[in-house]
Design a protein around this ligand. Structure first.
Ligand code: CA
Ligand code: CA
Ligand code: CA
Length: 394
């Protein structure tokens, strides 16, 4: 490289650097930069490295430079959490000590999954790790504090990962985690989830407003797979697939991880199912109410257009309780929420309870098979767009 070229590159580097500091906090500015060249990584700043490039928050100026130098960039998708209705607080008592209590110790969704209307004590999930990729979790909640074995924040603007931090200012993640594994607390006065002996890893991948960058989700999925997680719960989605997430799911599946995701709340239109739930490698879950009816807003698959009882891209796989679901909340109390976000952790919790550990390297697919075998058909008859195999239960 001659002197002129070196000078030129130095000037460009300085300009890029200046742009980075000036615009780093812009919204909707995250891109996958499709090069692995150190020069561009240094200039733009790396959020996450991937096989075919890296992600970064780019200013308009940096975007222009990428274009001038023919560096391919592609916007990173944003996904969002999927509650269908706003929460409704139901806690009894004061937020202060001794503690708030739920309106019911065993919510209707847990009884439905257990197929036991007078269920007194749920159990199960011993030794099974479930990662909840969501808005974080209130680690100190009395019904969750003994269940949380990991807590990581993938959403910080400054660093790609903070270990030990997963503060939930939204509440959604705390609600979802409770449906999977709330254990009633030390005093047994709290609420119970489906698998109250399971271990939960709270991975915060969504901001407080409930929106979630695909690259953060992809990195969290890989992190979960590398940390011996058996089940991942994704109560989030978007209308179109993200390649970063698709690749990360393939990685997780190769590591024997079962991924469960919300179908979305865009029903009742055929094919309204969200990604990643629509992916063939992910269990997509729709929502039913207490009368076992599919809700209007539960997203529909394309099951009627594909082979019955063979899970293909775009199919719904199950439906589970998702209307007026009571669970743990970010204020140490309880709240009722509706959405396929709430249906999904019922299936993830049941998967933890039924985890087929003896199948070793095939445990995830064996567990998926068991869930199929444990399903009862919901109307309309057979494999349908709204509920697939139906309601999986004990
Ligand atoms: Ca699917
Ligand atoms: Ca099918
Ligand atoms: Ca059916």
């Amino acid at each position: 490289m001659n002197t002129k070229k070196i000078a030129y590159f130095l000037i460009i580097s300085m300009l890029i650097g200046a742009g980075r500091f000036a615009y780093a906090s812009q919204e909707d500015n995250r891109y996958l930069v499709k090069t692995t060249a150190g020069f561009w990584k240094k200039s733009f700043g790396v959020r996450h490295n991937f096989d075919n490039g890296f992600t970064a928050d780019l200013s308009d100026f940096q975007l222009k430079l990428a274009k001038i130098f023919n560096v391919e960039v592609e916007p990173v998708k944003k996904l969002s959490i999927l509650p269908a209705e706003a929460e409704q607080s139901v806690s009894k008592g004061k937020p202060a000590m001794p503690r708030q209590t739920p309106s019911e110790t065993i919510p209707w969704g847990v009884k439905t999954i257990y197929n036991d209307p007078i269920l007194i004590q749920p159990s199960g999930g011993v030794g099974v790790k479930v990662a909840v990729l969501d808005t974080g979790v209130l680690k100190s909640h009395p019904d969750l504090k003994n269940r949380i074995i990991g807590c990581k924040d993938f959403t910080s603007a400054k660093v790609p990962l903070i270990d030990g931090k997963c503060e939930d200012k939204n509440g959604h993640g705390t609600h979802v985690a409770g449906i999977i594994a709330a254990d009633g607390g030390d005093d047994g006065l709290g609420i119970y989830g489906i698998a109250p002996e399971a271990e939960v890893l709270a991975y915060k991948v969504c901001g407080n407003n409930g929106s979630c960058w695909a690259d953060d989700i992809a990195v969290a999925l890989r992190n979960a797979a590398d940390n011996g997680v058996q089940i991942v719960n994704l109560s989030l989605g978007s209308d179109t697939p993200s390649q970063l997430i698709t690749d990360a799911i393939l990685y997780a599946v190769s590591k024997n991880v079962l991924v469960v995701a919300a179908a979305g709340n865009d029903g009742p239109y055929v094919g309204s199912i969200d990604y990643p739930g629509a992916s063939v490698d992910v269990i997509g879950v729709g929502a039913i109410d207490i009368n076992m009816n599919i809700t209007d807003w539960s997203s529909r698959g394309i099951n009627s257009l594909t082979v019955p009882y063979i899970t293909e891209e775009g199919d719904i796989e199950f439906a589970a309780p998702g209307v007026n679901i009571e669970s743990t909340w970010k204020d140490s109390g309880y709240a009722i929420m509706s959405g396929t976000s709430m249906a999904t952790p019922h299936v993830a919790g049941l998967a933890a309870k039924l985890w087929q550990a003896d199948a070793l390297s095939n445990a995830a697919s064996a567990t998926r098979d068991i869930l199929h075998k444990h399903s009862i058909d919901l109307l309309p008859l057979l494999d349908d767009d709204a509920s697939g195999w139906g309601l999986p239960r004990m």
